[in-house]
Ligand binder design. Structure first.
Ligand code: BF8
Ligand code: SF4
Length: 664
């Protein structure tokens, strides 16, 4: 069998699937080959019914669509529509949490309460409210402020992004007309301007996409913040990850999707119903997570993580899942077909995500516990319907240490500097113990070996003393494959990183810290940006200057395109390991790789090969260190493509951030 996954449990299940002819995404991916080259290049336009129109990428006819749209118009339109869709997903999730918080303050969501008052007061202060008010009143004000970011019709800017980014970044983005006043409007604007017969100029189209991406950041930040308020800000927690967390003798409930509003309650209700469940199954109820809902409850409740996105079908193939309950996003429709091969019930809960064959229990925050109870009961009753001969759970799982919210990170560092915890990290960056920080984000993508890109880059970064932080399915990859363990530090960390992690662990009386730090689900990428912002502020520079990079080695979803775009606009170099749909336009590719750097200081690095990507990311970190003057004595210089440690320091090619954006 060709290697399909770096994850041993996935490999085991895929071998079984091959032997038993069980349909799965890897098979369907093969069936899709060859995929449409026009689509892959971003050159297929089906925005109006005169299409689909294609543009010949080699310069021959056709050079334009029926309406006259050229390659750069078509590619730019397709790209920003992906960003807007990603932004819609994240921010709708954020809105749902804000509405629930509001409902709670009005007595309409009795099953929720404020778990983290301190965080609520911190957010209130940050967004300019009087944080001393009674807590319920304050929660109401904060939720209304959040909802304003979705509904404002004036020219005032969105509050969240204005309050959490560096002052100079905010001013810069506002002066460049890419700062949203209203998240929904930034999304609607993209669809308006890219509809047939509207904006054909790629530059304003891209700016519209960036505005929507900042809207994405804004909506995600709201989601993270208010989720922390309702369910608690994550703290260090031990858990286990990979398919081996599914238990043969338990009633297994898999929670899958992104929005923790129901899954948090399912976990609580399952606990309450344990005794009842133990009468049916020896080990009672076992809730396991899939994708980002999985990450949410892993971070806050230590619920085991069974799978990241590419292995979601493999969870069902164990034959031991009584119920898979899904909310929103990244739920493949094939889950339904797989459930029908076993006794598993697929329960959908959101009116916007129905899947043929599902059992629909519509979730309303007014009666969250009731819905959760109904779901858990279905799971208990379904245990008897198992076909024992189909049960096959690979005995593969890893211990993981998770829960690295920014608050938790600061608490760890506060043992060294109580007043300014991040200064400790900055000192370690300055003195070279750490070379930089690398955020591992994004998905699994059927186009590459599952988890291989994430893991290969992580090992190389760790060996070079880069602090690894992660979210989403990248974090899932590390959790499942043992990189979120103390043991991984000994195996993979360079001396500097080892020293740093041991020093922090010792100062906090911990037996150790994991090699890769789990910051949370995809919306929690805002935690990573908050960390970058604080590092920049401590160094009195902006994010585009700090030794901090991001990688989405296996990106797949439109949400990842939105996140990558705001990371770039906020100053981060972002590696992307799968081919984006932009290479059909040399102009758009140039904007993403080079012009963005001139304007925002962040830029995309498209590199399929993880080894080469590691080298590029390390070079960028070295380069930024050198530009900041952190390695003045190292005698290093930049060749334009590589950092050389010989001779005197020379500036050959600057990464100078200036507004040199010229109109094509
Ligand atoms: O929001 S990393 S595959 S599960 S999109 Fe989806 Fe991508 Fe996973 Fe989480 Ni994020
Ligand atoms: Fe073709 Fe233009 Fe319509 Fe696109 S908008 S499908 S290029 S006619």
């Amino acid at each position: 069998m060709i290697k399909k996954s770096e994850d041993k449990a996935s490999e085991y299940m895929l071998e079984k699937a091959e032997k038993e002819c069980i349909d799965n995404a890897w098979i369907r991916f093969e069936e899709q080959q060859p995929q449409c080259s026009y689509g892959e290049l971003g050159l297929c336009c089906r925005i109006c019914v005169q299409g689909p129109c294609n543009v010949n990428p080699f310069g021959d006819s056709p050079k334009k669509g029926v309406c006259g749209a050229t390659d750069y118009t078509i590619v730019a339109r397709n790209l920003v529509r992906m960003i807007a869709s990603g932004s819609a997903c994240h921010s709708d999730h954020g809105r749902h949490i804000a509405l629930t918080l509001l409902a709670m303050t009005e007595g309409r969501a009795k099953d929720y309460k404020i778990k983290d008052e301190k965080k609520l007061r911190y957010i209130a202060k940050r967004i300019g409210l009087n944080a001393e008010k009674p807590i319920l009143e304050l929660a109401r004000e904060v939720s209304l402020k959040a909802l304003e970011d979705f509904s404002r019709q004036t020219d005032e800017y969105c509050i969240w992004a204005s309050s959490f980014l560096t002052k100079r970044r905010v001013e810069f983005l506002q002066s460049h007309s890419v700062f949203p006043t209203n998240i929904d409007r930034s999304i609607a604007e993209v669809f308006h301007r890219t509809a047939m017969g509207n904006d054909a100029d790629p530059v304003p189209i891209i700016f519209g996409g960036i505005k929507s991406a900042i809207g994405d950041y804004n909506g995600m930040h709201i989601a993270t913040d208010l989720t922390d308020v309702l369910f608690g800000t994550p703290k260090l927690t031990k858990a286990t990850a990979n398919l081996g967390v599914i238990k043969k003798d338990a009633i297994n409930i898999a929670i899958h999707g992104h929005n923790p509003l129901l899954s948090e309650v399912v976990v609580d209700v399952a606990e309450e119903m344990q005794e009842e469940a133990k009468k049916i199954a020896k080990e009672g109820i076992n809730v396991v997570g899939v994708c980002c809902t999985g990450n949410e409850v892993l971070m806050r409740k230590g619920v085991s993580l069974a799978a990241n996105s590419a292995s979601q079908e493999l969870v069902l193939m164990t034959g031991a899942i009584e119920v898979m309950v899904v909310d929103v996003q990244c739920i493949v429709p094939s889950c339904s077909n797989l459930c029908q091969c076993y006794h598993t019930k697929l329960i959908s809960t959101m009116p916007t995500v129905r899947i043929p064959g599902d059992t629909h229990i519509e979730f309303h925050e007014e009666n969250a516990k009731e819905s959760a109870r109904e779901i858990v009961k279905i799971a208990i009753n379904n245990f008897k319907n198992r076909n024992q001969s189909l049960i096959d759970i690979p005995d593969i799982k890893n211990t993981t240490i998770v829960g690295f919210s920014l608050e938790q990170i600061k608490e760890l560092f506060s043992k060294f500097n109580k007043d300014s915890p991040i200064q400790y990290l900055v000192d370690n960056l300055k003195n070279g113990t750490l070379k930089g920080v690398c955020l591992f984000a994004g998905c699994n993508d059927q186009k590459v070996i599952q988890d291989y890109g994430h893991i290969t880059i992580a090992k190389e970064m760790a060996r070079n003393n880069v602090l690894l932080i992660s979210t989403g399915c990248a974090a899932g990859a590390f959790a499942k494959n043992g990189l979120m363990s103390i043991e991984a530090v000994e195996k993979y960390a360079g001396d500097g990183l080892k020293k740093f992690l041991k020093e922090v662990a010792n100062a906090n009386n911990l037996e150790g810290l994991p090699l890769a730090w789990h910051l949370g689900s995809c919306v929690d990428n805002t935690r990573a940006m908050d960390l970058a912002t604080e590092i920049a502020e401590h160094l009195n520079v902006d994010v585009h200057q700090i030794p901090y990079v991001a990688t989405a080695a296996e990106d797949m979803h439109e949400k990842a395109v939105a996140i990558g775009t705001w990371c770039v606009a906020l100053g981060l170099p972002v590696h992307v390991g799968t081919v984006p749909f932009i290479f059909g336009s040399p102009l758009i590719t140039e904007i993403a790789e080079k012009t963005a750097k001139d304007v925002y200081g962040g830029y995309f690095i498209f590199e399929k090969n993880p080894e080469k990507a590691s080298e590029k990311l390390l070079n960028i970190l070295e380069y930024r260190r050198w530009k900041l003057g952190l390695d003045e004595d190292s005698g290093a210089y930049w060749t334009g493509t590589k950092y050389e440690k010989i001779g005197e320091i020379k500036l050959i090619e600057g990464e100078v951030v200036k507004s040199s954006f010229t109109y094509p």
